[in-house]
Design a protein around this ligand. Sequence first.
Ligand code: DX5
Ligand code: ZN
Length: 222
Amino acid sequence: MSVRINPSILAADFANLESELRRIASADLVHVDIMDNHFVPNLTFGLPMVERLQEVSPIPLDVHLMIDDPDRWATGFAEAGAFSVTFHAEATRDPVALARRLRKKGARAGIAIKPATDPSSYLDSLAEFDQILVMTVEPGFGGQSFRESTMPHLRLVANAVRAAKVDVWLQVDGGITENTIVLAAENGADTFVAGSSVFHSDNPGLAIAGLRAAATSATHAH
Ligand code: DX5
Ligand code: ZN
């Protein structure tokens, strides 16, 4: 099983995003956190920013929508060319209908759950999604500590994906370091978002390689 490392530009230097993107060119995807100051108490980028990032990024975009009413806004990000668009289960009226609309626009469709959200009700429709994101912190801010208490939900989703024999990526996001990535990989994650541990290091390329090595060895040990 392959492992993906997606650095989050929430931890990058916003005045130099193009050069920041070049520093993470060895990563798989660039994670772009969209926050609307309603679904989460923080505000980041909007669609025009994503359109411009899409033009200059050396790697594909993994858009994480932490916004209200993704049913209305999500497909715009797919139209902008995002490789993957993930919306929150807690914010959408009809996750399956939205995932289908995203796929129709040519994007991978992802569904995210906050730490307190029980994933059980989404496990019957796994084939409708390309990615499940189990948040390992409360969404809204970078630099928080990984919550080990989210591992049972991750394990539950991983077991369901395996049993259903579907090709769904299992993503974790929040507090991922060379230490915590091991636990997440052991519990079934294969796609890892890392903000601070990549962009706040002296050498993001080395940080990405370190995360990849740690996740790969933990994955193969199981
Ligand atoms: C948090 C965001 C994360 C954040 C991760 O709400 O969804 O993507 O950028 O940052 P770190 O890796 O610093 O926890
Ligand atoms: Zn995120």
